[in-house]
Design a protein around this ligand. Structure first.
Ligand code: GDP
Ligand code: MN
Length: 395
């Protein structure tokens, strides 16, 4: 689950990461009231799940109430790379002496969290990584030992952080790491992490602050974090994935045109692989689980067919606990209810396979092709998807 910037900042604040204080707003009136309370100059920021808001005009400074109102009017309802802005975040404007970049991601390949720090912040970090990879200092953290203060300080030196802010930057990394671990995040990104010019508040010392926040939480851990779970916004999720979640079906959308349904995560993954190998593009990964009964099959078929890109479906079942006759009944029921127009290729094997195939033959469903091997089924479904693409293109 991705958090909006202000939700990420509120999470940071709970872990002692310095952030500007601010208020959310949903209307122009709320925005003006928030700006008055915060004081001027303030910043009006579009809250959408996408970066590059600044470049798109979704972040504007306001030096008085008139400007706050005009900015709120301009930004609410704005389209930022396909996303409409329904929410604003207003905060006290910060003075910026330098813009750094900091992030922590879970690197699955290395089986460890990776901390990255750069003094080239504020811009597209992918661009920095491509043009000047040495400008990003990296550190893999031993997950059992955690991030040590001396490592954080060394990373700051390696990145070329200004000497007077090495300690506060290192302290911020420690707190970001604590937030990353305790909230079970898979990504925490601060771009820009700013250095103030100093002299603010009379102390004269330069400070650091997280001016932006990007946080991704592990969906599978949300049950342990009720405070975070309530932040879930179903309207921001993919409609098919949402539908699958409601029905308790394990579904991941992949973007191709060959729908895939299998029992067991291992078989579903292998099915995705054989379809790709046969030259097809899988539309999804769907595991109906062991012992799938008729209703579950109907439900899963509905989820797959709700994706308009699906041109053909591969139904791959190997019966162990799952009985193929039950699956065949489910498929027949699903066809009676849904009457799909896209072709289905079915491979049924294992427990009660013979009975299952006999039931299907008896029902002689239109649009259903049976195959006895996985490779044969994959080749067939790819062929059917391609044929349906050409016919729809001819129409
Ligand atoms: P993004 O474009 O979606 O990454 O949004 P950010 O929150 O990172 O803001 C983009 C840029 O706007 C920052 O890199 C800053 O240069 C600028 N900006 C944001 N907030 C402030 C602020 O309080 N003061 C000043 N001077 N600039 C800001
Ligand atoms: Mn940013």
């Amino acid at each position: 689950m991705d958090l909006l910037e202000y939700q990420g900042k509120q999470l940071f604040a709970r872990h002692g990461v310095p952030v500007p204080s601010g208020k959310p707003a949903h209307t122009v009136e709320e925005a003006v009231a928030a700006a008055d309370e915060i004081g001027y100059p303030c910043v009006v920021k579009a809250q959408v799940q996408i970066g590059g808001r600044g470049k798109a005009g979704g972040i504007k400074l306001a030096s008085d109430r008139q400007e706050a109102e005009a900015n709120a009017k301009a930004i609410l309802g704005m389209d930022i790379r396909g996303l409409t802005v329904y929410e604003l975040w207003l905060e006290r404007a910060s003075e910026i002496a330098a813009e750094y970049y900091a992030s922590i991601v879970f690197d699955r390949g290395a089986k460890a969290p990776l901390v990255m720090l750069s003094t080239k912040g504020g811009m597209d970090i992918e661009e920095v990584a491509a043009s000047d990879p040495d400008a990003i200092a990296r550190l893999y953290v031993d997950p059992l030992l955690g991030l040590q203060e001396f490592q954080a300080r060394r990373l700051a030196f390696e990145a070329g952080v200004a000497a007077d802010v090495v300690r506060p930057v290192a302290a911020m990394l420690m707190r970001l790491y604590a937030a990353f671990v305790e909230e079970e995040a898979t990504l925490v990104e601060v771009n820009p992490l700013i250095v103030t010019p100093g002299g603010e508040g009379g102390s004269g010392a330069r400070e650091v602050r997280a001016l932006d926040a990007k946080v991704t939480l592990d969906d599978n851990s949300l049950f342990r974090h009720p405070d975070n779970a309530v932040l879930r916004d179903p309207s921001a999720e993919d409609p098919q994935e949402q539908m699958a979640k409601e029905r308790g079906v394990m579904y991941v959308k992949l973007g191709g045109d060959v729908g895939i349904l299998a029992n067991g995560a291992g078989l579903a993954m292998s099915t995705v692989d054989v379809v790709a190998e046969a030259g097809g593009r899988p539309a999804n990964f769907l595991d109906v689980g062991g012992g799938a009964k008729a209703e579950v099959i109907t439900s899963a078929v509905e989820v797959i067919l709700s994706d308009a890109n699906v041109k053909a479906v591969l139904f791959n079942i190997f019966g162990g606990i799952t009985r193929c006759d039950e699956v065949a009944k489910g498929l027949i029921e699903a066809f009676e209810q849904i009457k799909p127009t896209v072709p289905f290729v079915v491979r049924l094997d294992g427990t009660n396979g013979e009975q299952g195939r006999a039931l299907l033959a008896q029902a002689s469903l239109a649009n259903v092709h049976t195959e006895s091997t996985m490779d044969g089924a994959a080749a067939r479904v790819v062929e059917l998807a391609a044929a349906s693409t050409t016919t729809s293109a001819q129409r």
